[in-house]
Design a protein around this ligand. Structure first.
Ligand code: M6R
Length: 365
């Protein structure tokens, strides 16, 4: 049932304030301002020297964002790779290490093969899934549920924000176990997480403006997405979502890589979506953005009030998201990126929920 929505994807985008709250209620003790992991862990975060993650598509980008969190808030080194590469690379893994697999369906063939490889190497196998009665869940030593309800649209939306919410909670738990986060720091991060559902509702309020921008975006042949830090995987996710449902070619790049090649593509016909909420790196990204503007590129900036103030009047299209703690900003920034892809696809007249050549669950390699 699509409710009042034209597509399942729209319904699932709009469900996110609720689905994030639901995921949070499983992982967070709001009253105590602490993360409370209910699953029994067959390992201790304090003993780990490395976390290895593997996944495909959007689930891979969830892991790529979480890498910044585990490294920063738990000082835990993270290796992450797409499962189709990881499984054949057969990387050396220390016995007793932790491998984490992220999969909405729990049936993705490459992710499952990567999991079996790690199990064979004596790793602790953990998975983050939506479908609890799935092969990946069954073969995991510990299963972290993301609890967002069935996702019908082929393009993953609410599963991504649920994966991120669970991963953020795990990163806090790891930070506490490893003695990196004090109780006050944990409380600050938990408050940032609990502020998310209402911030997501507010971010959805930019829809009318996003429809207007999407109309122009639907005329583009190529679109570039730029981001720095944890916004870099958000940029890649934005490009994937646009390609997948609107069939417009898009690339996500680390903002600092712009001048190492892709800037050659920039001309007046090139929309460049810059994902840059205010944080300690925002000025660097905004200066990369000015380099695009100087070459006539059409900028669409996703930022918050402070970010918008620091660019002044130079940028025509600024999509504002509420100011949140920089820890959770990548979760919030996925919202306008989803809406842009959705509305562009609607203008293109594509089959949004069932894009051509794609399956919801990729059970063959
Ligand atoms: O079920 P999974 O999370 O393992 O699926 C992984 C990818 O196939 C999936 O995220 C895909 O990239 C989405 N269609 C992206 O929107």
């Amino acid at each position: 049932d699509k409710g009042n929505h034209r597509h399942f994807m729209a319904k699932e985008i709009y469900e996110q304030p609720e689905t994030i709250s639901h995921t949070l209620s499983h992982y967070v003790d709001m009253g105590a301002e602490k993360v409370a992991i209910r699953e029994t862990l067959p390992f201790d975060f304090a003993d780990l020297s490395r976390l290895t993650m593997s996944a495909c598509g959007t689930a891979y980008y969830a892991g790529a964002i979480a890498k910044y969190w585990f490294e920063r808030f738990a000082r835990l080194p993270v290796d992450i790779d797409v499962a189709s590469e990881f499984r054949y690379r057969e990387p050396p893994l220390e016995k007793g290490g932790l491998s984490l697999f992220i999969s909405q369906s729990g049936e993705t063939a490459d992710t499952l093969a990567a999991l079996r490889y790690c199990a064979g190497q004596g790793q602790h196998v953990a998975s983050l899934v939506n479908t609890l009665e799935s092969t990946i869940a069954r073969e995991s030593g510990v299963v972290f549920p993301i609890l967002c309800g069935p996702e019908i649209g082929v393009a993953s939306t609410k599963a991504l924000t649920a994966q991120l919410t669970a991963l953020a909670s795990l990163a806090i738990a790891a930070g506490r176990a490893r003695g990196v986060l004090s109780a006050e720091q944990e409380a600050e991060l938990v408050r940032a997480l609990t502020a998310l559902p209402s911030a997501v509702s507010a971010a959805l309020g930019a829809e009318a403006q996003i429809i207007d921008i999407s109309k122009r975006l639907s005329k583009a042949k190529d679109v570039l997405y730029l981001g720095r830090g944890a916004m870099f995987p958000v940029a890649m996710e934005g490009a994937l979502k646009l390609k997948e449902i609107s069939y417009i070619h898009a690339e996500g790049y680390a903002a600092g890589e712009l001048k190492h090649g892709p800037i050659a593509l920039v001309d007046e016909a090139m929309p460049v979506i810059v994902v840059a909420p205010s944080d300690e790196l925002v000025d660097k990204t905004l200066s990369n953005m000015q380099e695009v503007a100087a070459r006539g590129g059409k900028i669409i900036l996703i930022t918050d009030e402070d970010g918008a103030e620091s660019v002044g009047h130079g940028v025509a299209d600024i999509i504002k998201i509420p100011h949140v703690h920089s820890f959770v900003a990548p979760i919030l920034a996925t919202i306008p990126v989803q809406l842009l892809a959705y509305h562009t696809a609607v203008f293109m007249g594509t089959d949004v929920d069932q894009p051509r050549n794609l399956a919801k669950s990729v059970t063959v390699e």
